[in-house]
Ligand binder design. Structure first.
Ligand code: AMP
Length: 355
């Protein structure tokens, strides 16, 4: 369980990292009555025909999406954008709320991007719940939704006429990639080669299609944040990157669409990721500054759980993702581990007040 102090630190982080969040039309999710857990939980208090329904326009083609966002910008509206892979949970919705709080119009996308999945990863079984997601976004007041097919985003894949494409099991290979060298091979990039190349390629495409003024990402994917920031800087993309704090379940587990894969025993085991980060926080609070010793203590916490296999536990500079020797200024404590076959990540920013 996160301590009260920790919760307070997280709450302060929200205020620091994002503009004030105004919860609008908040929807409650029930986690207990679904075998899939929170991410697939049932909706409560959603009327079948929401009062806001007419406000959410859904586009499946690039041309339609681009025309809609250009029209909004011509009208002088600040356009916020929240890219997602769907299977939405409160973490995603926190980004939407941050976007709503600082932008006059909000667009979101739902696209399970095949190019960021490795050959043996979970592309085919990744949770998909489009109608439910659409309803949630509508409730939050999102105005524009981009939900393209794989063929629309990667037409060269369609040229190859792969019958499996519709099932989401084929990874198209675009000829043009957007790659942030070096950073893309660090943290998750070490055990997921090509993952970040897929992320930066699809995010660059989405930025060109939607042309947002601001785009909202979660601190949950800390390496992704560093890499996207670097891409935006290096390519002079005219978009502000806003990073929002990690949203957690009541017991501290970072919300993730992949939590739906965990059975009840694994769900308990998964809490060790957060506990390993809290162990580091405790030692830092007690005065320890040696990153090697701190990381060793984090690894030790994970090693205590036989059913959890550590991928990495590192203390790094949050911008370069390079390991630090001493904890001072802002550092990122990041962990990735397999619980059963499910790979989970979590992190803690020390010195900037984010959970
Ligand atoms: P995904 O659908 O997993 O690609 O995530 C879409 C966006 O939601 C990314 O910017 C993630 O970092 C963000 N996100 C996912 N989980 C959380 C969470 N628990 N708290 C905050 N943001 C999150």
């Amino acid at each position: 369980m996160p301590s009260g102090g920790c919760r307070r630190r997280e709450a302060r982080g929200i205020l620091r990292l994002c503009r004030p969040i105004v919860p609008t039309n908040r929807v409650e999710l029930r986690s207990t009555d679904s075998p899939f857990g929170f991410a697939q939980g049932k909706l409560r208090r959603l009327s079948p025909h929401s009062r806001l329904e007419h406000l959410l326009k859904t586009f499946t083609t690039i041309d339609e999406m681009r025309s809609a966002s250009r029209a909004a910008r011509r009208a002088g509206k600040r356009l916020g954008f929240v890219p997602t892979m769907g299977a939405l949970h409160e973490g995603h919705l926190s980004l939407v709320r941050a976007a709503k709080a600082s932008c006059e119009l909000v667009a979101s996308s739902i696209f399970v991007n095949p190019t960021q999945f490795g050959p043996n990863e979970d592309l085919a079984k990744y949770p998909r719940s489009f109608e439910r997601d659409r309803e949630l976004l509508e409730r939050e007041g999102v105005e524009l939704l981009f939900a393209p097919s794989v063929e629309e985003m990667y037409p060269t894949a369609a040229d190859r006429a792969c019958p499996e494409l519709a099932e989401g099991s084929v990874r198209p290979t675009p000829v043009t990639w957007v790659t942030v060298e070096e950073l893309s091979g660090k943290l998750d990039g070490r055990s997921r080669p090509d993952h970040f190349r897929g992320v930066t390629t699809v995010v660059a495409k989405l930025f060109h299609i939607v042309e947002p003024d601001a785009a909202f990402f979660g601190q949950k994917d800390a390496a992704q944040v560093a890499i996207i920031r670097r891409m935006v800087r290096d390519l002079n993309l005219p978009v502000e990157i806003v990073v929002c704090p990690i949203v957690r379940e009541a017991d501290g587990l970072a919300m993730s669409s992949r939590n739906a894969y965990l059975d009840s025993e694994q769900r308990k085991q998964a809490l060790v990721l957060r506990r390993s980060l809290m162990r580091v926080q405790e030692l830092v609070d007690a005065g320890e500054r040696d990153a090697g010793r701190l990381a060793a203590a984090g690894r030790e916490a994970i090693a205590g759980k036989r059913s959890v296999r550590l991928d990495y536990f590192e203390i790094v500079n949050p911008d370069t993702l390079d390991p630090v020797e001493v904890v001072g200024g802002t550092v990122l404590v990041a962990v990735a581990a397999f619980v059963g076959t499910t790979r989970l990540i979590d992190n803690l920013l020390l010195g900037r007040g984010s959970g």
